[in-house]
Design a protein around this ligand. Structure first.
Ligand code: CA
Length: 705
């Protein structure tokens, strides 16, 4: 008995104070994360703290002195694709990621590159990514740096050396899963999901032991084949969720259901709840996916789970039966707000569907849902039932009509993080107004490679008239919106030149930082929205900045570089001043009195539209358009207009050389760049039709010049 008692005493001593170096370090990271809201020097997790506020208590840089902010250092990254990472800063060391899932460690003060780790993602993985070969950052725990790769691996690196400690494959490589989101780590469990619901996959989120990479639990977000169990913790609720689905959604030709957990998470240590955002249904077209009926749980929902076991606690579905790509994977923020006289523990989110949601995070009760951007698909929410009042005209897949919607598939807000300032009580939203036209594809057949939306995307193509194109471009807007979640109204709005801008940082210096598509990195007065300072970073900015301190000096860091879903799919709309936005990928750090200058920006490589003389007949070009929109549009853009991150096909010399064209399109000559062979989807004649369609787009653009 005495021995047992002593052993028990030891166990509790370990639990309380830690024992040995590794336990001390683990306890240290955990304690620091729990105290993050008052710990000003570091940025230890993706959203800065477990509440994901992205608000820093630092006050050295203020609304009064922000004009003295200048560049302390910059580092040119070795890729020119979209940069979406939030860097972490741990005791003066920075850990960040770049396109193709590469990880960098810097001396955060000097900018010296300490190491870079390249997981050598195969080019083929790019074809599984809906939205560029991006990565949004790492997680840190106990000296380890953990991140996901585009091809679905979870890798732990030694933070000091950049050497891999363990690697775990989190997906079945036979399916088009990708990882672009940052992991979160709770009590030594690494939580990670994946993407792929534009291609056709079944979504899930998993937990792995940070010490070994061993899987702890997995929660599938949509049911599989009825009557079959997965042997996972989600089995307990998926039998019931199956009742909200119809037809054969679990099969390839219907899209496997979707519901991927590709970005947002938050954690409440007191309630011991992990919140995850769940993405869109797959296929987008609900008639193909679920015979046009049913809520299709848990697509477009928020899930509250036990982080230790993955056990389901509650869910809230923002967009029942989603058919608009209205993911609920957008940033979620925890706060305690006084609502109608009572302090409520809330979780706040501005998902793609255009409504700002405030839920009680203990119960999932809907407290409010109000439009933060123009919304046409629904008139509002019934707060009793928690259900939207959907505009019947928005149900395009049920009657095969065209639905031109606000928000569109890019959302009123996408993955670009928001921020919450507890002093002003405001949530700062990178809002965007990008319409989208939806129509079902009556002749849909599932592709082996690439997107499987079930949509006829030709209705979303821009008209040929340059004047009309310019007018449409004018309708695309982006704003930094300050939202009062208690009064349920917008307080101020600062306009951008275009949609698709950067994520947001809030500081106790009464400042909000955000970059935009024109390359301006700006600071705003948190209370009034007045723009106080800007610096031209020479490239479109989409990532969110961070702030941190070392030896009493406050720094602001942003990873700059244009890319992501919008310039890829909507290339022609994403241009500023009639030209593609440049990608000059850099990590840039500012401080008061910083005096480094960026090098003169080299002009974008100017290429000419290619004139093709052997034009095909109109029927071939039309067939080529349909094939292009099914196979090529997600990366090369509507109407074959590139938004700047991948080559503009209208300028490709291969347009005049069918042999070279087919070597690329059918044989995969450029697989290393991410351009895989499409011979599983199309035959040589169809490849030729696509070439003629692109040639026709070049001809029309040349005629307009
Ligand atoms: Ca999506």
């Amino acid at each position: 008995m005495k021995f047992i008692a002593i052993a028990m005493l030891w166990v509790s001593a370990i639990g309380l104070a830690g024992c040995g170096d590794s336990r001390n370090a683990q306890g240290d990271t955990r304690a620091r994360l729990l105290a993050a809201q008052t710990q000003s020097d570091n940025w230890l997790t993706h959203g800065r703290d477990y509440s994901e506020t992205r608000h820093s208590p630092l006050t050295q840089v203020t609304a009064e002195n922000v004009g003295e902010l200048g560049i302390a250092w910059y580092h040119d990254l070795d890729t020119s694709r979209g940069q979406e990472a939030t860097p972490l800063i741990v005791d003066g060391i920075m850990y960040t990621t770049s396109a193709w899932s590469k990880v960098q460690s810097f001396d955060a003060v000097t900018g010296e590159l300490l190491w870079q780790y390249d997981p050598e993602v195969p080019g083929e993985a790019a074809a599984n990514a809906c939205c560029d070969v991006v990565n949004r950052g790492v997680a840190y725990w106990n000296g380890k740096v953990v991140f996901g790769t585009l091809d679905g691996r979870l890798i732990a690196l030694d933070g000091n050396t950049g050497e891999p400690v363990w690697t775990t494959m989190t997906v079945d490589p036979d399916f088009p899963y990708t990882i672009t989101g940052a992991p979160r780590i709770i009590d030594g469990h690494v939580i990670i999901g994946n993407g792929g619901a534009e291609m056709g996959v079944r979504g899930y989120v998993s937990a792995y032991k940070v010490e070994t990479g061993e899987k702890v639990w997995r929660f599938y977000t949509v049911p599989g084949e009825p009557g079959k169990v997965d042997g996972e913790v989600s089995d307990a609720v998926l039998a019931e969720a199956t009742e909200t689905w119809n037809g054969d959604w679990w099969q390839a030709e219907h899209g496997y259901g979707g519901g991927t957990v590709w970005d947002s998470m938050a954690y409440d240590p007191e309630l011991d709840l992990l919140y995850v955002g769940v993405g869109n249904g797959s296929t987008w077209n609900q008639s193909i996916r679920s015979e046009g009926e049913g809520d299709n749980l848990f697509v477009a929902s928020m899930l509250a789970l036990r982080p230790s076991t993955g056990e389901y606690v509650w869910h809230f579905q923002h967009t029942p039966g989603d058919q608009w790509d209205y993911t609920s994977t957008q940033h979620m923020i925890l706060a305690d707000l006084v609502i109608e006289g009572a302090m409520r523990p809330v979780i706040m989110q501005a998902p793609k569907n255009g409504f700002f949601f405030v839920l009680d995070r203990e119960t999932g009760e809907l407290l409010s849902a109000d439009p933060y951007t123009p919304v046409t698909w629904a008139t509002g929410y019934d707060l009793e039932t928690g259900r939207p009042q959907i505009n019947p005209a928005a149900m395009y897949s049920q009657d095969n009509s065209v639905w031109a919607s606000m928000p569109g598939a890019f959302g009123g807000h996408n993955w670009q993080p928001m921020a919450f300032n507890p002093d002003t009580g405001l949530v700062y939203i990178p809002e965007q107004q990008i319409g989208f036209a939806y129509k079902g594809d009556e002749n849909y057949e599932a592709n082996a490679i690439g997107i499987n939306l079930g949509l006829d995307l030709s209705v979303a193509d821009l008209p040929d008239d340059p004047a009309v194109q310019a007018a449409v471009r004018q309708t695309v807007k982006g704003n930094l919106v300050a939202w009062d979640p208690v009064k349920r109204e917008q307080v101020w709005s600062a306009p951008h030149v275009s949609g698709w801008n950067g994520g947001v940082l809030s500081t106790a210096g009464n400042l909000v930082f955000q970059g935009d598509s024109t390359g301006m990195f700006s600071a705003y007065d948190a209370a009034s929205g007045e723009r106080l300072w800007s610096h031209d970073l020479q490239t479109g900015i989409i990532a969110a900045p961070v702030t941190w301190a070392r030896d009493g000096v406050q720094y602001v860091t942003v990873v700059a570089g244009w890319g992501g879903a919008y310039p890829m799919l909507m290339g022609g709309l994403s241009w500023n001043d009639g030209a593609p936005v440049a990608n000059r990928s850099r990590v840039i750090t500012f401080k008061l009195g910083g005096d480094r200058a960026l090098p003169n920006a080299e002009p974008m490589l100017a290429r000419d539209l290619v004139a093709v003389t052997d034009m095909a007949d109109a029927a071939t070009i039309k067939a080529g358009q349909m094939l292009y929109n099914r196979n090529c549009i997600a990366c090369h853009g509507g109407g074959a207009v590139s938004g700047g991150t991948v080559p503009d096909l209208r300028m490709s010399p291969s347009l005049t050389d069918a042999r070279v064209w087919h070597a690329i399109v059918m044989e995969g000559a450029l697989t290393g760049n991410g351009m895989v062979a499409f011979d599983k989807n199309i035959d040589r004649e169809e490849s030729e039709a696509i070439r003629h369609f692109v040639a026709d787009r070049a001809r029309i653009a040349l005629a307009a010049q």
